[in-house]
Design a binder for this molecule. Sequence first.
Ligand code: APR
Length: 278
Amino acid sequence: MQGEEGKLESAIARAASDLVRSRHAIALTGAGISTESGIPDFRGPDGVWTKDPEAERRAYRSYETFLVDPRAYWEERLSDTAPFSIIFREVEKARPNQGHLALAELEEMSILKGVITQNVDGLHCKAGSRNILEYHGCSFKLRCAACGTRFEREDYDLEEMKKRGELPPRCKRCGGVVKSDTVSFGEPIPSDVARQSREESLKCDLMLICGTSAVVYPFAELPRMVGQRRAGGVATVIEVNAEPTPLTQEGVSDYIIQGLTGEILPLIVGEVKRRMPE
Ligand code: APR
């Protein structure tokens, strides 16, 4: 009879051999991989939405506000008390944790071909991952709502523009209205990222899903694309998460390794190294 320790060890060993055997493995991540960097998730026990359902209801209105009154959208985003400003200050000082670094190392070893993340905190990039698709955009970028051109946040002096009454910022390329690159509820996923994410999900033969409750669409569609192909045994879906998710319950994932990404992912990397040819 295997104890908890034994079960974890064999699951880590199974994930390592699945990864070494894969031809095109990708990782999908959510807010859970950043909680060990001090950034709260949304729906976990200490999640932002769990603790403040009103904040979630406000977040659902953000895109509507942008469409109707982009100046009001920016006034709200730049106010010191807005959740975006509070989270943004947390995100700015956050550092990648062992979970991010483990995924970057798997990419360095050419085991992982890339990461599709829902997170807007830029921590995969800071950890050294290179092939990153930011499905919900990035807090450190702005994007033109008309032509889709992206800018670094510091390309605009937003505080100065707010003081001078010059909000909303305008696109340097087409003059369209510029918003945060982060994708709000109800806002379409930028077409470039949506297309590349779908292509990667259809191409991969292993999907490593880390730290997401997998309840937000269309992102949650991606694992289901792979799950459908799995019927022929051509793809493996592995979850690393603190708790089971709908992917676990619906049998979309082959197995879940339950626990903290910051602890489990480095163990998987260690096992992969032991299996790699010298
Ligand atoms: N290790 C593993 N799992 C963790 C950890 C951790 N250290 N910390 C939290 N988790 C798990 C939580 O138990 C939860 O199942 O990660 C999951 C995080 O789920 P959510 O908080 O719903 O975050 P996410 O899935 O990324 O949310 C998707 O919702 O509000 C929108 O745009 C926002 O991108 C976000 C989207």
